[in-house]
Design a protein. Structure first.
Length: 115
């Protein structure tokens, strides 16, 4: 399964994203965030898609355009542990518009879970 994760401005939430990345066996990893989020590092290979702030509709269009052709399957694991509601809504809407199915993923004390 492929993983799509949003990286928000708060570095405190990046640990959750790193945990999801490190505990999963991903075919492809795509991280989305602003210029600041480019500082994120993890030992696994990933593609970073930089987005700029804007209205929710602008964000959705920006994310959707940059994701076109990058997702190989019909379903992705999605981590939105980092970021804010507006960014999450734009990302989810862009993914559903591609179209692609979504399985939310999170790292818990019991390991990686899909919801």
């Amino acid at each position: 399964m492929e993983l799509i994760a949003f990286l928000g401005k708060g570095e405190g939430t990046w640990g959750q994203v790193a945990g999801v990345i490190n505990h999963g066996d991903w075919e492809n990893i795509i991280l989305i965030g602003d210029k600041f989020a480019k500082q994120f590092t993890v030992k696994k290979d990933f593609e970073f898609i930089e987005i700029s702030s804007g209205s929710i509709l602008e964000l959705k269009e920006n994310i959707g355009n940059k994701l076109k052709g990058k997702i190989k399957g019909t379903e992705v694991a999605l981590s939105i542990a980092s970021g804010e509601g507006k960014e999450h809504m734009a990302l989810i809407s862009a993914l559903l518009s591609l179209p692609v199915g979504i399985r939310f993923s999170a790292l818990t004390k019991d390991g990686l879970v899909f919801m």
